[in-house]
Design a binder for this molecule. Sequence first.
Ligand code: C2E
Ligand code: MG
Ligand code: MG
Ligand code: MG
Length: 289
Amino acid sequence: TKKRDGKNGALLYDPLFQDTTRQRAEIEQDIEEALRSDWFEAYFQPIIDLGDGHVTGYEALMRLNHPLKGLLPPCDIIRIAEETGAIGRIGNRVFEKALANLVALTRASGDDRAYLAVNFSPLQLEPALPMLLTALTARHGIDPQRLVIEITEATLLHDNPQIRMVLDEFSRIGCRIALDDFGTGYSSLSYLSRFPVDIVKIDQSFIRSLASGEAELRNKSRMLVEGITAISHKMECSVTAEGVETTEQRDLLREFGVDCGQGYLFARPQPVEQLIAAYDIKRKVTSVA
Ligand code: C2E
Ligand code: MG
Ligand code: MG
Ligand code: MG
C-alpha cells in the first residue's frame, strides 16, 4: 500500500537510522582495532562475603580502553560483537587478561582462594571452550576450581544440548557456574533444577527496589529476595546480590540470608593495579602497627 511505501521511504532516509548504522560501523572498527592494538582490559570488581566482609572473589568486566575515546563500556560492544562473531576473540582476550590479573592479585593479597568470575555469552560456549580454559589456567598456574563461569538465563532458554555439554564439562573440571541477572528471564526457577548451577546472582533491579520507591513494591521485592534466597539455598546454591549501593540494602540482604554482595557500596569495577595498590597499602599499615 501507499502508506507502507511512504513509511519505508521515510525509514530509508531517516537521519537517525543512518546515524545508528554509522555508529555501528564505528564500533565494529573499534573492536577490530582494539584486538590488533591490545586495548581490551579486564577490570575487576570484588565480591564480598556479607557475613564477615572478606573478599570471596572478583568479577572480570570487559573494558575497551580507547586511546582517544576513553573507556567504552561493554554493553554495545558485546551486542555488536555477538552479531559479527567477534565475541569469541574478545572473550578469549579478556579471559587471558583476567587470568594474568588474578595471578598478580594473588601475589599482592596472599589470598589464593578468591575466585575469578568471568562472563560468557551463549555464542562463546563452544565445545572447544572447556579445553581452552583448562590449557590457559594451567599456563597461568591457576586451579580451575578458582573459576566461576557467569551465564545468563538467555543462555539456558532453548536447552541447547551443546551448551549443556559445555556446562557439564565445566562442572567436571571443577569450575563453578553462576546464573547472572537472576529473576529477569522467563522461567528462572526451573533452571536451578535442570542445570548445574552453583551460584545465583540476584539481578540489581530487585536490590534497587528493596529500600526505595513505593512501599508496596518495596515489600514485594523484599519477599522475592528472601524467597529466592531460601529456594536457592535449598537447591544448594549460594546467593550473591548485584548492585548493592547502600548500607540499608546490605543490612536487609544480610537479614534475608544472602551470602555475598557486589556493588558500588563495596567497590567499583577497577583496573587490577588499583586493587593491588590497596593491598600494598594495607600490608604496610599492618606491618607498621
Ligand atoms: P553483569 O555481568 O551483570 O555485570 C554487572 C554490571 O553491573 C557491570 O556493568 C557492573 O559495572 C555493574 N555494577 C556493579 N556494581 C554496581 C552498582 O552498585 N550499581 C550499578 N548501577 N551498577 C553496578 P558493566 O561492567 O557495564 O557490564 C555490563 C554487562 O556486560 C555485564 O553485566 C555482562 O553481562 C556484560 N559483560 C561484561 N564483561 C563481559 C565479558 O568479558 N564477556 C561477556 N560475554 N560479557 C561481559
Ligand atoms: Mg556478570
Ligand atoms: Mg548481572
Ligand atoms: Mg546485569
